[in-house]
Ligand binder design. Structure first.
Ligand SMILES: [Ca+2]
Ligand SMILES: [Ca+2]
Ligand SMILES: [Ca+2]
Length: 196
């Protein structure tokens, strides 16, 4: 029985996602980045699928901007949450052109939990800048999970990507996978009995 449990534990450990992605030298969980956009308003230089493709995922170098403070895009996380954990909770990447260490980018504006705040990103790599945001600054409760953030125009920010640092995966139980793992475990027991 002990071998069976050990085998099952190892298989479950292998089955759990543990990959990571690196963007501009910063490591994130593989599901950490934004997955979709919701409603949006204003003139962003792209609309629909093109706007979504620029803002979701890990690709930097592409961007959309708006100089109008009332323009917005809702950024959605569908396979992960951003948690208000210890310290900063997510990173936002911006494209302000070639820079060097310490070069500031264009001011980014976020509305989260009905609170609006501005952040200045700093050059990190190539044409890309990054800023780190703590959900506590928006009044989000400690350990609360959020699945959307709103980006706003004004100050000519060139938004490109958003990745959770305090990342929580959306766990979807997969009964078929669990049954398969159990069968593998039972097979292991039978193998041990036969060869004992
Ligand atoms: Ca995601
Ligand atoms: Ca935090
Ligand atoms: Ca992008």
């Amino acid at each position: 029985m002990k071998n069976y449990l050990l085998c099952l534990f190892l298989l479950l450990a292998l089955a759990l996602p543990s990959w990571a992605v690196t963007v501009c030298g910063i490591t994130f969980a593989d599901d950490a980045f934004a997955d979709d956009i919701g409603t949006y308003a204003g003139s962003w230089g792209a609309t629909g699928t093109a706007l979504r493709d620029i803002l979701v995922g890990t690709t930097v170098g592409d961007s959309v901007c708006s100089g109008t403070a009332t323009d917005y895009v809702n950024i959605l996380f569908t396979d992960n949450y951003i948690k208000n954990g210890t310290g900063v909770d997510f990173a936002a990447f911006e494209e302000s052109g070639t820079g060097t260490s310490g070069t500031p980018g264009c001011t980014l504006t976020f509305t989260i939990n009905s609170v609006t705040k501005q952040y200045v990103p700093y050059w990190v790599s190539g044409t890309t800048y990054v800023t780190y945001i703590d959900l506590a600054d928006f009044g989000v409760a400690t350990n609360a999970l959020i699945s959307s953030i709103q980006i706003r125009g004004g100050g000519d920010p060139d938004y490109t990507a958003f990745g959770a640092i305090n990342n929580v995966s959306v766990v979807i139980p997969e009964p078929a996978s669990l049954i398969l793992l159990s069968l593998v475990g039972l097979g292991f027991i039978l193998f041990r009995r036969i060869h004992a």
